[in-house]
Design a protein around this ligand. Structure first.
Ligand SMILES: [Zn+2]
Length: 93
């Protein structure tokens, strides 16, 4: 069982959270000007790495807030939790 630390509520069981997919995917500013291929790229194409992955989670059974997590998709180790709008810790930005 995965334990996820909500930035507002602290450590909680994985069952309290909803997974929201890959983090840091910005909606195109003017989608009407995109080609079908570029729109499909935005909608469907994700990195799906084996290893560290930046992803969104929501504390559905708690504060219901969204936040970001860096989780290794192979070991499930969580190495960072940070709020929406923040950059991942340790990325040098
Ligand atoms: Zn929470």
């Amino acid at each position: 069982m995965l334990e996820i630390t909500c930035p507002w509520c602290g450590p909680r069981d994985e069952t309290e959270f909803d997974y929201g997919g890959e983090a840091h995917i910005d909606r195109p500013k003017d989608p009407d000007k995109l080609t079908d291929e570029a729109w499909a790229e935005y909608l469907f194409m994700r990195k799906n790495p084996k290893g560290p992955h930046l992803e969104r989670w929501m504390h559905a059974c708690g504060c219901r807030r969204w936040f970001n997590v860096r989780r290794d998709t192979f070991t499930h180790e969580i190495t960072a939790v940070y709020r929406m709008g923040e950059k991942p810790p340790g990325d040098g930005a």
